[in-house]
Design a protein around this ligand. Structure first.
Ligand SMILES: [Zn+2]
Length: 306
């Protein structure tokens, strides 16, 4: 073999090696996923916020402000129900001052029917019927109601706990101290947490071990953001993006978000890439939390995806 070919083959091997490393990080499971019959995915609304699109989208217009939904999801799995995000804290229904200046700034819909227990009742569930609570992150419109699930197990990244309790400047605004404080055990307790918790150290978690509900550690929007891959037996895979993706167009046109709320912009762009990879390889779809058009088109509980 001549020297040139040796070099070329060496480079190809290197390239293949790095490609394999990259793709080895991408799949969530190293085995064939096996979503069980009877799995369902429900979408819920926890009201809406009013915000200049430019706060979220790079170069987006600030006027007129747009109304964005606040979505959260329930996955019914034969081994237990998984809640993905918990919406705005129900306290703002009776006490808007709980959000401080945030309330006036983003004008949440805070009618009593937005309360999370009222929403869950649409599919006959109470908070105690939720086995796992997964938070995409602890911002006020996602982690608001974690305290309403004291008998569930919270799945969260260590990095997000740190953000929620003491965020670095300038990321403090959207974290409500009271939303995090309920996670602490009473004074004097030898254990730190008030409820069962799985605290992940930049790790993924295949909740039921069958590849059907996989929490993805994905630093982007915040330091400890998580997405969740839900592989449904009939619909196929759906990625719940949290705020790593605001609008469908972010992924479709590779549009970066406004940096104001992006802790790790490169992580966000990589999230878009992974979603496109999953769309190409597993015909996945993705649901965001705040896309007005996509949310309108989505089936809402008690209707479901199976
Ligand atoms: Zn949000």
């Amino acid at each position: 073999m001549n020297r040139k070919w040796q070099l070329l083959l060496g480079a190809a091997a290197l390239w293949a090696g790095s490609a394999m490393t990259a793709s080895a990080q991408v799949p969530s499971t190293s085995y064939a996923p096996n979503p069980p019959a009877g799995m369902k995915l429900y979408a819920f609304s926890s009201g809406a916020l009013t915000i200049g699109k430019g706060v979220l989208q790079n170069f987006g217009p600030m006027d007129p402000p747009i109304k964005i939904p606040v979505g959260f999801y329930v996955v019914h799995h034969p081994k237990g129900n998984v809640l993905f995000d918990t919406g705005n804290n129900d306290k703002i229904i009776t006490d808007p001052s709980y959000w401080g200046p945030n309330f006036k700034a983003i004008m949440p819909v805070n009618t009593p029917d937005m309360a999370i227990d009222v929403q869950l009742r649409k599919i006959g569930l109470t908070p105690d019927d939720i086995k796992y609570v997964v938070v995409s992150h602890m911002h006020l419109d996602h982690g608001g109601n974690v305290g309403k699930f004291p008998n569930s197990t919270l799945i969260i990244q260590r990095d997000e706990i740190n953000m929620a309790f003491f965020p670095p400047e300038p990321y403090a605004g959207p974290y409500i101290p009271g939303d995090a404080y309920v996670l602490r055990a009473p004074t004097g307790s030898s254990k730190p947490n008030s409820m069962k918790m799985v605290i992940l150290e930049k790790q993924d978690m295949d909740i039921f071990g069958d590849g059907s509900v996989v929490v993805k550690s994905w630093q982007g929007h915040t330091a400890g953001s998580q997405m969740m891959l839900v592989r449904l037996p009939k619909t196929g895979p759906i990625i719940l993006t949290g705020d790593n993706v605001y609008f469908r167009e972010n992924v479709e046109k590779s549009l970066p978000p406004n940096l104001v709320l992006a802790y790790n912009p490169a992580g966000i762009m990589r999230a878009y890439e992974w979603i496109r990879f999953m769309m190409a390889t597993e015909h996945a779809d993705f649901f965001t939390a705040h896309d007005p058009d996509a949310f309108k088109a989505m089936k809402k509980a008690p209707a479901y995806y199976e």
